[in-house]
Design a binder for this molecule. Structure first.
Ligand code: SAH
Length: 374
């Protein structure tokens, strides 16, 4: 009967306090519960020893902590790890962990599939089913933590806030467009940044958008997490082909929404993602135009080598072209890095996440699976 129970992962701190208050309990019960769930990795009410027996019984009657099921767990030769997670309705999403020295970035999904149809992205071909709930978004962090804890230090350990942290950064760069699911995304991000949740700083939680301007405006009123924008082209004609949402919110509108998002705060900047497609958007002329577009906006540019997939209509730019493009930006004083493709051998790199979207006619791309038993 899990459908009728409240999933407690759906609440951020304020929501959980209100829920306990409605039950006639003190608000600080919410804090105790959060510590069990997010610091200690305990989801069994019976083990929450500082809650009274009667409260624990009541919780198990009306509430639950519902997690997705790990369907597959793949490890790349470069250490990148990808999980396929099955949600209660049978839909599946993917979550990727990318270790890099003492930094560990978790790339999470915000929707089942994606409705935006960007021309170079596999997720788009899956079609779209629905938004993820806040619980399904934060659960990806919980499950990854559990999976990493197990494999790294044995069954008992939970790499929590006061422990050696394996997940140091979270990026909303998996399946879906987070700004089409603002409320749930923000609630989940609050849990990531809450000291009683995963305790990450706002600089270490990054939302990536294809440029949904109204969503960006809503986001600005709710949180000041870090923002990455998938720009990919410097003129509207090309951008509308590559990122069709540009027909609705053209580059000039997008840039002014981004300017507003960071406001006058000089410590903040926007990360621009720019996929490098051979002979499409990768000329020196494009680079110069990019410099002009970004002038006056505190910026960092991430050049993303195109990750090919079967049937892809594009090719990746050569290293020489990539370097030349980067040089133009660097010479103009724009901090620019080329993103290292990670986890390509397990289809875990940018734009390769496919998941499993139900009730869509779109063709299913199922990557070969290597099972791992932690
Ligand atoms: N919808 C959001 C979140 C996805 S983030 C957004 O568009 O920003 C995933 C990033 O990978 C985006 O910058 C996306 O444009 C990029 N990407 C998609 N397909 C890719 C591919 N085949 N190769 C390289 N990058 C890709």
């Amino acid at each position: 009967m899990s459908e009728t129970r409240v999933n407690l992962l759906d609440f951020d701190r304020i929501g959980l306090e209100a829920w306990f208050t409605e039950l006639g309990e003190k608000g600080f019960r919410a804090h105790q519960l959060m510590k069990w769930i997010y610091h200690l990795g305990v989801i069994d009410f019976d083990r929450m020893s500082n809650l009274s027996k009667s409260l624990r019984t009541r919780l198990s009657e009306i509430a639950e902590i519902r997690l997705p099921e790990v369907v597959t767990d793949q490890v790349s030769a470069d250490g990148t790890r990808k999980w396929l997670l099955r949600l209660h309705d049978g839909n599946c999403v993917e979550t990727v962990f990318i270790p890099d020295g003492d930094r560990g970035t978790l790339c999470i999904s915000s929707q089942v599939g994606c409705p935006l149809d960007c021309a170079f992205c596999v997720t788009a071909q899956q079609g779209f089913n629905r938004n993820l709930t806040a619980a399904e978004i934060i659960a990806q962090v919980w499950v990854a933590n559990e999976q990493l804890g197990r494999s790294a230090v044995g069954d008992q350990a939970w790499p929590g806030v006061n422990d050696t942290r394996l997940i140091t950064n979270v990026v909303l760069m998996g399946m879906g467009e987070p700004l089409l699911n603002v409320e749930n995304v923000v609630r989940a991000c609050r849990l990531m940044m809450d000291d009683l949740g995963f305790g990450l700083s706002k600089r270490r939680v990054t939302l990536s958008t294809a440029g949904v301007v109204p969503g960006l405006e809503r986001l600005a009123g709710l949180t000041d997490i870090s923002l990455a924008v998938s720009l990919h082209a410097v003129d509207d004609e090309l951008r509308s082909q590559l990122v069709p949402i540009n027909r609705k919110y053209p580059i000039s509108e997008l840039l002014s929404a981004c300017r507003k998002f960071i406001g006058g705060d000089t410590r903040r900047r926007i990360t621009w993602e720019y996929i490098m497609l051979a002979e499409v958007n990768d000329s020196v002329h494009d680079a110069r135009k990019l410099v002009k577009l970004l002038s006056g906006i505190p910026s960092k540019v991430n050049l993303i080598p195109f990750n090919p997939y079967p049937g892809a209509p594009y090719r990746a730019s050569s290293n020489a072209v990539l370097d030349e493009f980067r040089e133009v930006l660097l010479a103009a004083g724009i901090m620019t890095v080329t993103r290292k493709p990670r986890g390509q051998d397990i289809d875990a790199a940018c734009g390769q996440l496919a998941g499993k979207v139900q009730n869509r006619r779109a063709r299913a791309v199922n990557p070969p699976v290597v099972e791992v038993h932690p």
